[in-house]
Design a protein around this ligand. Structure first.
Ligand SMILES: [Zn+2]
Ligand SMILES: [Zn+2]
Length: 270
């Protein structure tokens, strides 16, 4: 049988960046549920089985946190500092593997894939909140300094930066993490909520002051339409206590006339 040398150089035979199998043909029947061409292009490099296995949360059952199932945490929570959150995928075993490949084994190719998946959650958030052009800024949940030193990067920040470029959002670091608590899954819900207190502080009250030239300072602070709306990015939503505490700190450091609305944007919902 003659060798089909041209196929070696064809873009359709590029290896899948996740599993290494031959990539999906450009006209794969497996739809990518994202409108923006850049993340679409990135996800089209995945092979058909990987593309098919992504557990998108297309129709969240919980309208608050964007979970695919009924959600006890949101029902129970009496006070909430964030408006809503949206998550791109369910955190299943495969997604655990993908995140671990990126976070702990430094597979850099995965960064743009995860960011492209986060674009799905962003577009769903815009559907929830059609005045999305008025998002004043996008920020991310910070890592504690020693964590950052160990890993070398903050995954939430990287994903948020990528997203800010695609959608023309203004990225701003707004929070500091003062300490890191134990792995959340090992604790009861109550101790998780308590532990979050004091973990974060706002970068600078300047961000929210009257004199600031940043877009977070609305021109007419009394008008309801000028409420600054901020997107807060993190990789995983487990109980929502990290998101809640970050939102609380951000709102607490704002001037009352420009109290921001915080919107959570997460890659996966466990
Ligand atoms: Zn693959
Ligand atoms: Zn919920």
């Amino acid at each position: 049988m003659p060798l089909n040398i041209s196929s070696w150089f064809s873009p359709t035979t590029k290896a899948c960046p996740i599993c290494g199998r031959a990539g999906a043909p450009a006209a794969s029947p497996i739809a990518i549920p994202i409108r923006h061409p850049e993340p679409r292009k990135i996800l089209s490099s995945l092979c058909a089985p990987c593309r098919k296995a992504i557990p998108w949360i297309s129709n969240p059952v919980c309208r608050i946190c964007g979970r695919a199932e009924r959600c006890e945490d949101c029902t129970r929570r009496q006070q909430r500092n964030y408006t809503v959150s949206r998550c791109a995928v369910r955190y299943d075993y495969l997604m655990k593997d993908w995140l671990a490949l990126y976070k702990y084994r430094g597979n850099e190719g995965l960064e743009s894939i995860l960011a492209a998946m986060l674009a799905f959650a962003y577009e769903r958030l815009c559907e929830y909140s059609p005045q999305s052009h008025s998002f004043a800024a996008i920020t991310s949940v910070p890592l504690a300094p020693e964590r950052l030193q160990d890993r070398g990067f903050n995954q939430a920040e990287r994903l948020a930066l990528q997203l800010s470029r695609w959608y023309g959002l203004s990225y701003r670091p707004m929070l500091l993490r003062l300490r890191h608590t134990e792995k959340q899954s090992l604790k009861t819900r109550r101790s998780r909520v308590v532990d979050m207190r004091g973990n974060f502080s706002a970068v600078s009250s300047e961000l929210f002051s009257h004199s600031s030239t940043l877009p977070l300072s609305p021109a007419a602070p009394t008008a309801a339409s000028t409420t600054p709306r901020i997107i807060l990015v993190d990789d995983i939503y487990t109980t929502g206590s990290t998101l809640e505490e970050c939102a609380r700190v951000l709102r607490q450091s704002a001037i009352p006339e420009a109290l921001p609305e915080i919107y959570g944007l997460l890659w996966a919902r466990s």
